[in-house]
Design a protein around this ligand. Sequence first.
Ligand SMILES: C[S@@+](CC[C@H](N)C(=O)[O-])C[C@H]1O[C@@H](n2cnc3c(N)ncnc32)[C@H](O)[C@@H]1O
Length: 252
Amino acid sequence: MYQLKKLGLVTAVSSAAIFAFSSVSAQSSADLVATALNHSDRPAEESADDGRRMPLEVLSFAGIEAGMAVLELEAGGGWYTEVLSRTVGGSGVVVMQNPPAFEGFTGDADDDRAASLPNVTLSTTNFDALEPGDASMDLVTWILGPHELWFMPGGESLGDAGKSFEEIARVLKPGGRFLAVDHHATADAGPEVGGSLHRIGEGVITDYAEDAGLRLVRSSNMHINPEDPMDNGATDPSIRGKTSKFVLLFEK
Ligand SMILES: C[S@@+](CC[C@H](N)C(=O)[O-])C[C@H]1O[C@@H](n2cnc3c(N)ncnc32)[C@H](O)[C@@H]1O
């Protein structure tokens, strides 16, 4: 709790839930992530993005711990994978997932990342056909990606939205957590802006997660940018890298 306050992270959804998220695990989460971020093998160009991307705050918010099994949805080239891998350590595992249709975007970057980290395996599937077994994961992360459920590269779906959230709930252990981070859309935008603007409404994601049986534990305003009009593309040069984003934590 102390560490969370110190980091200025939290908009409380449930004070009881925050209390249950003990000071011991929050403190150790921040220490573990800080050590991972400072690892000497970390590429300097990736560390250079820490101020903007705030991985210390994001992963502390999620309550990551050593030894966890983590499924990282839409890992891309693995910027977060490297940090997750070193945070969970040798007694933990990370499954880095990308949909097959992203092969042209990621190239060899995801394969190379997985090969360089002993506790990481690469899983190439759509979001509605996840590889991990039932109740096998402590934490599922989906950072800058849930909107892709409405993105159709080459006209192909990356996964049915309802089924994808059911899959997240399926692979989580009871009490396991789901971290969702994405670019805010305007309050009146429908889910189709996921495919056009690469943004999504926070309420859309909360509704799908709750329909799949997950409970919203808390949210953070750490990535809010009041200057973001939220009605342009998330990669528009005027806003790229500075979008307003929601950060949500659910529990099974
Ligand atoms: C938004 S990133 C998020 C990756 C990871 N979760 C993170 O936070 O670093 C999504 C990944 O999908 C791929 N991608 C999806 N759509 C893309 C597009 N229109 N242009 C380029 N790359 C795209 C890229 O490989 C990119 O790394």
